[in-house]
Design a protein around this ligand. Structure first.
Ligand code: ZN
Ligand code: ZN
Length: 269
């Protein structure tokens, strides 16, 4: 693996749903053991989440102090990212947070739609599978139209992870009109998407998003793609990377972005 291919989607013990043993320094040790030249942390900030565990927010004074301490001992670059859980009424709050600290990278993800949680199933009540997936994509389209302060959209078809349906997959052609609008908006605004390898760890047959979406993004002129495991424990750092690289190549990409200071640097795959 290219030593500059940093896993750019990881959660440390600062994320409420991560393994309490997943300290920054342990990720650094694993990166060094794998001869990868750097780590990126993208802990959760989900303002106004209906999910109880996300009510406690990161104290960024404490966070940055630990980050600086880890940087002193790491011996490899330690990048400072964040994964924001977007809801449309929070634009200003996220903008203020992102302006207040020197973030390297911002992933914008939809974890909640219409104030309803995916994980506990509230979002799916009274909706067919098609209606739920369609509404999720509508909320994502609204987000990319309204909001610009991010670098990549996280796990673009994440909704397939939830809902408890027998076949959680979706037919790309059925949703292509709205997915096209989402991708075209992202591309126009010079933003990117990620390939998030975690789908396979959640028993899905695809990573997020599935290859048809990656191919379509490429065909529409998209160039910025990042690769991340969405690790919530140290053992998942680089999980699925070999397969992820194959999928990206198959979709026509020969490089991925690693953001530093909100600017992409390119790593060949
Ligand atoms: Zn996420
Ligand atoms: Zn994540």
């Amino acid at each position: 693996m290219n030593p500059n291919l940093i896993d750019v989607h990881t959660h440390t013990d600062f994320s409420p749903d991560a393994d309490p043993r997943a300290t920054m320094m342990r990720y650094v040790e694993k990166a060094k053991a794998n001869q990868v030249h750097g780590v990126m942390f993208t802990d959760h900030v989900d303002f106004d989440s209906p999910i109880e565990i996300f009510e406690d927010q990161i104290d960024y004074d404490v966070y940055v102090k630990e980050l600086e301490d880890v940087r002193k001992h790491a011996g490899i670059p330690v990048l400072f990212g964040v994964e924001i859980g977007y809801q449309s009424f929070l634009n200003q709050k996220y903008h203020d947070l992102l302006a207040s600290r020197p973030f390297d990278f911002v992933i914008c993800s939809i974890h909640v739609a219409d104030g309803l949680d995916f994980y506990n199933g509230d979002f799916f009540v009274g909706k067919t599978q098609h209606e739920a997936y369609q509404r999720y994509f509508e909320v994502l389209l609204d987000a990319v139209r309204r909001y610009d302060d991010y670098d990549v959209i996280g796990h673009l078809d994440f909704i397939t992870r939830y809902g408890g349906f027998e076949d959680r997959d979706y037919d790309f052609m059925t949703f292509q009109p709205i997915i096209d609008e989402i991708l075209i908006t992202i591309i126009k605004k010079q933003k990117g998407i990620e390939l998030n390898t975690s789908g396979l760890r959640y028993g899905l047959s695809n990573m997020h998003p599935k290859i048809e979406v990656l191919r379509r993004y490429k065909a529409l002129g998209g160039t910025i793609v990042t690769l991340g495991s969405d690790a919530h424990r140290v053992s998942d750092l680089y999980a699925g990377f070999e397969e992820g690289i194959d999928i990206l190549r198959d979709a026509g990409f020969d490089k991925v972005a690693v953001f530093k200071g909100r600017i992409p640097t390119w790593v060949s795959i």
